[in-house]
Design a protein around this ligand. Sequence first.
Ligand SMILES: C[S@@+](CC[C@H](N)C(=O)[O-])C[C@H]1O[C@@H](n2cnc3c(N)ncnc32)[C@H](O)[C@@H]1O
Length: 296
Amino acid sequence: MIKNNQILHELQTFRDMARWGASQFNAAGLHFGHGNTNAWDEALYLIRHVLHLSPSEDMHVADAQLLLSEREAIANLFERRIRERKPAPYLTQQAWFSGLPFYVDERVIIPRSPMTELIEQAFSPWVDQDPKMILDLCTGSGCIAVVCALTFPDAHIDAVDISQDALAVAKKNIAHYQLDHRVQLIESDLFANMPQQTYSVIICNPPYVDAKEMSALPPEYQHEPTLALAGGDDGLQIVQRILEQAANYLTPDGILMVEVGESEQAARARFSDYPMTWLTFERGGHGVFLLTREQL
Ligand SMILES: C[S@@+](CC[C@H](N)C(=O)[O-])C[C@H]1O[C@@H](n2cnc3c(N)ncnc32)[C@H](O)[C@@H]1O
């Protein structure tokens, strides 16, 4: 616990703390991939959290002096980020997705799917009418299910995960947004325990990291559940099973969207028989394909 440390008497302002944090993070060689892409943004994220400022709060508070107690709380988070090598959202137990806060802990991965853009755009131009039944396969923290429910107020969302731990976190987030009546959690190995139901949209961010990449993950990713990341030798073990079964759960005009991230090239080669559309994103991200029911 850092208390009354001499350094904290020299650092006075928001900007001082941000600069100090960023310097320490760079010196420690941290990896950034869970909401921020660099040391400066990571430091700002942790400072704003301690000060109860919104993540979009900008540098107009830069020259504001901080209380010693605030500087101590920030320094403690900085110190834990370096020592424990945990992604910042596990330290704050809060991750931002589609501009909304979600509870997270080490039972789920930190939400970061680019597919949030597709939901925000109401799946345009791929669906004509607002979908009434949506399946969020591999729901984790429930972030995709919640954003779908908020975007489509008349839709029912089934949210599936094999992990009871993940479902407990999803339950908390769904309750926070008071969506229990429209988002149903289902414990299932993909479609195994699913009711015989069809959906106009199946959206899925499955585990897709290949074995080589799994063995070389930076320490930050090792705090995330292996079950949520590891997709077998080429990363596509779960995706193969989804492709085999998804048509049975789609309406005739339904669509399937699956994220495979860095396994995109492997997917293009392995699934060359499927006429996949590879989607593009304005805010960055790649490796998401779309197939219609007819194409499956
Ligand atoms: C990459 S995470 C995605 C979580 C969340 N949808 C997101 O975007 O942040 C993958 C999730 O799939 C779940 N999962 C892994 N294998 C599964 C399976 N066979 N059936 C259902 N869910 C599975 C994991 O527990 C994990 O929560």
